[in-house]
Every structure is written in C-alpha cells, then in structure tokens.
Design a protein around this ligand. Structure first.
Ligand SMILES: *[C@@H]1O[C@H](CO)[C@@H](O)[C@H](O)[C@H]1NC(C)=O
Ligand SMILES: *[C@@H]1O[C@H](CO)[C@@H](O)[C@H](O)[C@H]1NC(C)=O
Ligand SMILES: *[C@@H]1O[C@H](CO)[C@@H](O)[C@H](O)[C@H]1NC(C)=O
Ligand SMILES: *[C@@H]1O[C@H](CO)[C@@H](O)[C@H](O)[C@H]1NC(C)=O
Length: 447
C-alpha cells in the first residue's frame, strides 16, 4: 500500500514538477507563429490561416486587446482632442470591468480558442493592453492590468511572473543542442517618457536580460519586443509624425546591441509588432552577424484600412517612397516597398534536419501566403561565419538619421509640397471665382 502511494506520488510529482519548476519543454520546436494588434471587437478571420500553419508556439507581441478608450478627433467644442488648442486627451484608460470584458471577448474568439487548444500561447504587452496609448512607467493601472494579461495568458497562479514588476519572461524549448530560447521583453512597465532618452527596460529588467543572454547557449534566441528594435521609422517620417520604437531611445538601443555582442551569443534575432504593417529589417553593424527584426502587425489593425480600398495604392506608394536603410528588400515581396499594410502574422520555420540548419522567417497574409520573408541558414547568424556573404549583399549599417537630408526628409518634402500646391490651387480658384463674379456683376449692371 505504501509502495502504491509512493508510486502514485512519484508519478504525480513527475507530472507536476517540470511545469512548476521551469517553463522548459524538451520537444523539438520547429514552427512558431506570432502576431500583434488585435481588435477584440472586430472580426478576426486571420486565425484560420494561423491555425492552418499549425504552430507549436504562438507569441503575442502586444496590443493583444484594445483596452483603452479612443475619443474621436475634434477640433472644436468643449472637448478638443487635436490641434494646438487641444484640452482633452485623445485616449483614456478603461475601467477595470471594461478591461476584463474586453479580455473575455478576445479569449473567446473561436479561431483563437482553437489555437489555444493546439499550441502553447505565450506573450507580452504593448500600450493598448497595458492600458493606455503610448504609456510608460507613469501609468497607474499597470499592476492591475499585469494581472489581467497574465490571466489572459493562463499564467499559473504561483508563477513568479505574477509577483515581479513587469511581464518580462523567458522560455526554453527543445532538446539539448537544438534549443530555442524565447525572451519576451516588457517595454512599458519601466519605460521613461518618450523623447527623454531615458530607460526602456529599467534597471531590474536590464540585469535580468543580461543574465538571460549570458546564460547557457541555445541554437536560436528570439527576443520579442512589442515595439520595433531595428527600424527607426521616425527618422524618416519626422517632422510629419513619430512612431514609438527603440530608435527613439538611442542610448538604450546601443546598450541592447552591446549586451548581445558582449554576450557572444549566436543565433539572436528580434520579433516585433506595433506599427500596423509587416516588414523585415536587419542591422549589420551591432554584432558579428546581422541582427534581424521580423515585424508583424497587426492581426486586425492594418495601415491600409485608414483609406477605402480604391485608394490603397496611395499608402503603398508612400511606404515605397519613405526611405529605409534597414529594410530587407527582395523580389519575393508582395509589394515593391517590401512592407505589407493589411492584416498579417509572423511565421518562423526551423528545418533542423537540413545541414546547415535552415531558418525561414516570413510575414504572411490572411490566406497564409508569404508577403515578405528571408530564408537563411543558421550559420549566417554566427559571428565566426559572418563574412561569408560580405560583398554579395547590401550592408545595412547606415542609420536613417545619417541619410542626406534631401533623402531623409523626402516624404515630408512631398507632403508639404502637395499641401502648398493645393493651397495655391485653392487661392487661384477663389481668385478666378472673384474675377468671374465681378465680370458678371458688371454685365448685369450694363444690361
Ligand atoms: C474595433 O472594432 C470595432 C468594431 O468594428 C470598432 O468600432 C472600433 O473602433 C475598433 N477599435 C479600434 C481601436 O480600432
Ligand atoms: C531615430 O529617429 C529619431 C527621430 O528623428 C532620432 O531622434 C533618434 O536619434 C533616431 N535613433 C537612432 C538610433 O538613429
Ligand atoms: C563586438 O565585440 C567584439 C569583441 O568580442 C568587438 O571586437 C567588436 O568591436 C564589437 N562590435 C561592436 C559593433 O561593438
Ligand atoms: C558559412 O555560411 C555559408 C553561407 O550560408 C555556408 O554555406 C557555410 O556552410 C557556412 N560555414 C560553416 C562552416 O558553417
């Protein structure tokens, strides 16, 4: 009897311990999907394509729900949300009950429920699920909302992640020698205000990250950041508009690159979301091998939706016209710009049987078809083999802000020129009408 109890206990322990002690999973990982920016109130047909891809792991990169309240643009009236005379914020946090009901709605989307049944779902947050557009460490709802995100992700009740300040965490999947480490950053909880050039991660998360990177090696290390790491779009869209990204915190970005380089870790790349379009960028001058950033955004939110479909070509033209020094351009992209402004998800496939091991990283559309992608061997993400492709490919080293001004600001120049032309046309029109009226009046009088 005692033997039986002991055996049962041992079996129960064996079953419980691996999950309780760590998040390690020793099964070979070869298919990973990720995505961001999903409006819980909108239809989410993209889950069909994601389910068809059949990922073993799905990674949420933030804006997993739209939790805050967006007020309409208004120039006039009591509450003005835009213009120099603005007196009310455009975004306000939702009450707790509303956050909860939005998370419930998101969790019950049928396609997503199917995914949860078949794949391990992990994730981090961005601003709208953190609770407020563009918010950082100053946001008061962060501890409450941390619990809501972790509930949404089915984080165990006894997880240390529920006790720390921020939702950053890491996972290791796969058997020894074929391990994939996934590091998920929290770019909100400790972030200083935009344009302060302060901290993105905060001291405790930085020392944790350093330990993670210096820890046992893995074949691949995927760093998930809600905001883009490599592309600094603001460098070429300012002064028209600015986006959030690591590029807005140059000191922190350099620190991140230095940490990766100093750790001598091979096989590191980034995945990101936030911007409402998909693209792949790379930076070749931070470590001994190119640092890729696969951006997929969003699952429902997409930049082309701001205009009716007959006008989508304008968005595509502007995307192509805006210079980019980091974007990976190739002939396989759906559009000339190699960006994709319709709903999309990220798909990573690792062929462990190939020699050398092969890595396919793609952004895919609502039908599961690739719109941009790179197909590389794992050895290209190793410092000692980085020179293999030198000369064959364009080097991505020039920062956007280092472009000649006429190139860097060509979007702004175009937009302002068009506005000036329109204004001139309007003035001309008014002038013509005025003259016409005078002629008419004269004619009336003489008649
Ligand atoms: C989400 O979708 C609903 C329904 O289509 C829409 O009313 C709402 O404005 C959307 N929210 C965002 C943030 O796009
Ligand atoms: C990114 O662009 C912004 C806006 O132009 C600039 O302030 C910042 O220094 C740039 N960051 C990097 C890393 O080039
Ligand atoms: C990366 O580290 C190596 C030393 O391991 C150093 O020689 C190299 O200059 C560093 N690269 C950058 C871009 O800092
Ligand atoms: C270095 O990279 C090249 C290009 O991908 C590859 O063909 C070669 O096998 C790699 N070298 C080693 C030693 O893995």
């Amino acid at each position: 009897m005692i033997k039986l109890v002991a055996a049962v206990l041992a079996a129960v322990l064996q079953f419980l311990l691996p999950t309780a002690a760590s998040s390690d999973d020793h099964r070979l990982l070869s298919r990973i999907a990720f995505g961001s920016c999903a409006n819980q109130s909108a239809p989410q047909p993209i889950w069909d394509a994601i389910n068809k891809f059949d990922p073993q792991v799905f990674i949420w990169l933030g804006d997993n729900i739209y939790g805050d309240i967006r007020r309409p643009f208004s120039f006039i009236g009591k509450e003005r949300t835009i213009g120099p005379w603005k007196n009310a914020p455009r975004f306000v946090p939702s009450p707790h009950s509303e956050m909860l009901s939005r998370y419930n709605m998101a969790k019950n989307v049928p396609g997503y429920s199917r995914l949860r049944a078949n794949a391990k779902v992990i994730g981090t947050w961005d601003d709208h699920d953190y609770g407020l557009n563009d918010a950082g460490k100053e946001f008061s709802g962060k501890t409450t909302n941390q619990r809501l995100l972790l509930d949404f992700l089915d984080e165990p009740q006894d997880s240390p992640r529920r006790k720390q300040a921020g939702v950053y965490t890491s996972y290791t999947f796969g058997p020894p020698g074929k391990q994939v480490k996934i590091i998920l950053l929290d770019t909100r909880y400790h972030r200083d205000p935009l344009s302060s050039d302060g901290s993105v991660l905060g001291a405790s998360q930085w020392s944790w990250l350093e330990k993670e990177l210096r820890g046992p090696p893995s074949a691949l290390t995927i760093i998930g950041s809600s905001v883009q790491v490599i592309s600094n779009l603001s460098g070429t869209t300012g002064p028209l508009f600015y986006m959030e990204s690591w590029g807005r915190f140059p000191k922190e970005r350099d620190h991140l690159f230095k940490l990766i380089n100093d750790s001598k870790r091979d096989g590191v790349f980034f995945i990101s979301g936030d911007v409402h379009f998909g693209e792949i960028t790379r930076y070749d001058c931070a470590t001994g091998y190119p640092l890729y950033d696969i951006t997929s955004s969003g699952l429902t939110q997409a930049v082309e939706k701001v205009l009716p479909s007959p006008l989508h070509f304008i968005v595509r033209f502007l995307a192509w016209f805006t210079p980019s020094t980091m974007r990976v351009m190739n002939q396989h992209c759906r559009y000339r710009s190699c960006t994709y402004g319709q709903p999309n998800f990220g798909a990573i496939e690792i062929d462990w049987d190939a020699s050398p091991v092969n890595l396919k990283m793609q952004v895919r559309d609502i039908n599961g078809l690739p719109v941009t992608g790179v197909d590389i061997s794992l050895s290209e993400l190793q410092a000692w083999n980085s020179t293999s492709k030198a000369g064959q490919e364009q080097k991505h080293c020039t920062l956007e802000v280092k472009l000649p001004w006429i190139v860097r600001y060509r979007l702004a120049i175009l937009v302002y020129s068009v506005l000036v032309l329109l204004l001139l046309a309007l003035v001309g029109l008014i002038f013509a009408v005025a003259i016409l009226c005078r002629v008419c009046l004269k004619k009336c009088k003489t008649d």
